[in-house]
Design a protein around this ligand. Sequence first.
Ligand code: GUN
Length: 305
Amino acid sequence: MGKSGVENSEPFPFFSEINMTAQILDGNALGQKLRAGFKQKADELAAQGVRPGLAVILVGEDPASQVYVRNKVNGCAQAGFYSEKHTYAPDVDPKIVFDKIAELNADPKIHGILVQLPLPKHFDAEAVLDAISSEKDVDGFRAENIGALVQGQRCFIPCTPYGAMKFFEEAGISLKGKDAVVVGRSNIVGKPMAMLLMHAGATVTICHSQTKDLKANCLRADVLVAAIGRPKFITGDMVKPGAVVIDVGINRLPDGKLCGDVDFESAKEVASAITPVPGGAGPMTITMLLANTLESAERVAAAKK
Ligand code: GUN
């Protein structure tokens, strides 16, 4: 294995010891490839009377959430899935949302239910997620689901970390024995990401706001996952030469442009492979949401046989 930490060097034709500019891990391209397969499977399931269906609930008017929800609904249409979008005013009575979730739990057209986060402050987000039936929890956010993930049992893998793992798989990057550092400890990304990396054989460190020497930790990472929520927080001098860098941050700069948690320009000169923002982890999150919805529909179709 070379300095890049990449076991199978074939998928990295542009990488050499002389030119350290990183391979770009293209989430749009990988997403498109996977989604083409989903369309075929969705049509097969539809022929058996089970077209995969996703219901998305959006409360409030957060512009970023509106974009994510639109992309999720569009992703469903492209993959031949049925979808429903339910939108509510920011001051909606939570009971109305709970009633809708109960209705969707019982609706056979729906195989996945997603409540876009964050919810307004007057909501108990944990209680809302808990109201989704575990068979339809395609975001994989329920405590029960995360428990199954920790134990390596069958579960819905939370979509952003699931998408990150697909990059490693697609690029032939083995995680066995690698030092992986996850920066960020959220329930949605950091914690499940660390679990998946550990299951894949990496030695994992989770860093957060109280970590004593973040830079020193990052510089040890063969695989570095940034999930902090702060624009360009990880700079090239914090990246180990040859590391694989996955940036799951999506931040909007004052000029309106999107950027990740990693300073892409400096990090790409040091890393062997890196995801861009936009066009990296974002499209893969939606792709894996579709994968989970498809899996849920497949379980229903299998149970009918
Ligand atoms: N908000 C930010 N990311 C996500 C996600 O993956 N799922 C949901 N439901 N809300 C989010």
